[in-house]
Design a binder for this molecule. Structure first.
Ligand code: PEP
Ligand code: MN
Length: 338
């Protein structure tokens, strides 16, 4: 349930509500709005219902949250969440332009992709060191060495790193190097992994599973936020449908649906959505128009020789023009790439 405090409720009154909720073994999550504070109470429904909450000082009213996700819902936190990594922001009018290779392959490849991203005004760089591959015989990523190459590129360009964590056993290494920890589509419902990144002190980029509903995606985000990490960005990256013209089908309606249902920033991955280079720009523009808070795009200095996802990777030489086209539309919508 959600406890809406009166305007001007004091710190002591808020602390009292939190303490009384915790007394019955439930958890209290405080969301400080501009005017009112909302306290989410999650725990045994019967015990919470038995509390005379509306009579406590400073309480305005108690409202049930009907959706299965609570902490990520807009009801609980009406204002947009703004996620920040090294001063770069996502959400609340800030549009993230994230670019880089599917996988980290060589020092030259990473630095070239990072330089192209920086030169075109990207806000973050991506690159996988631990790769979820369909085939066990395919390139699995460079692991820790890949993280070190990303860190060297960050050192030169200043761009924060977005990189994937697949296994809680690699959390320490990924946490050491990443600025944003990616949970990939295949792990969207790896609940132990979600709980682990929920305890981390770095923002999380959570990608939608190829067969997951929007509600399941938000429930996965809830797993992370429930552990205390409120810095979650969700990513629509295409879902499985009967259509074969594209690798996945970009569910563009997911963007406004999630933005209505949740306060979390929503970004779109136009590369994995279609698996086609020629669709990267149109799908990116569609994402901006639909209200997305960013895009995450795969780039490569030489896509023909990429070890992973070459056919959908923008050549770095084409990234500047791509970024200009995206920026024009972002600016038109009133957001800034910053
Ligand atoms: C990726 O972003 O590198 C990736 C593997 O994407 P997804 O998890 O969406 O398939
Ligand atoms: Mn990829």
């Amino acid at each position: 349930m959600m406890i809406v405090m009166q305007e001007g409720a004091t710190e002591a009154q808020i602390a009292h509500v939190v303490a009384r909720i915790e007394d019955v073994g439930a958890s209290a999550y405080v969301s400080q709005g501009e005017r009112v504070t909302i306290i989410g109470a999650i725990g045994d429904r019967e015990k919470l219902m038995a509390l005379p909450i509306e009579a406590w000082p400073g309480v305005s009213r108690v409202v049930a949250i009907l959706k299965p996700y609570k902490l990520v819902s807009r009801e609980f936190h009406p204002a947009d969440t703004v996620v920040e990594a090294r001063g770069r922001k996502v959400g609340g009018g800030h549009f993230a332009l994230i670019a880089g290779p599917c996988s980290v392959e060589t020092p030259e490849q990473v630095i070239e992709a990072a330089r192209a991203a920086q030169a075109a005004g990207a806000t973050m760089m991506r690159g996988g060191a631990f790769k979820p591959r369909t085939s066990p015989y395919a390139f699995q990523g460079l692991g820790r060495e890949g993280l070190e190459l990303l860190a060297a590129a960050r050192e030169e360009t200043g761009l924060p790193i977005v990189t994937e964590l697949m296994d809680p056993r690699d959390l320490e290494a990924v946490h050491e190097f990443a600025d944003v920890i990616q949970v990939g589509a295949r792990n969207m419902q790896n609940f132990q992994l979600l709980a682990e990144v929920g305890k981390a002190s770095k923002p999380v980029l959570l990608k939608r599973g190829p067969s997951a509903t929007i509600e399941e995606l938000l429930m996965a985000a809830e797993y992370i936020v429930k552990e205390g990490n409120r810095e979650v960005i969700v990513c629509e990256r295409g879902i499985r449908t009967f259509e074969t013209a594209t690798r996945n089908t970009l569910d563009i309606s997911a963007v406004p649906i999630i933005k209505l249902a949740s306060h979390l920033p929503v970004i779109v991955d136009p590369s994995h959505s279609a698996g086609r280079l020629d669709l990267v720009l149109p799908l990116s523009l569609a994402a901006v128009a639909a209200g997305a808070d960013g895009v995450i795009v795969e780039t490569h200095p030489n896509p023909e020789h990429a070890l992973c996802d070459g056919p959908q990777s923008l050549p770095t030489a084409a990234f500047l023009e791509y970024a200009d086209r995206v920026r024009d539309l972002v600016t038109w919508t009133g957001k800034t790439i910053s």
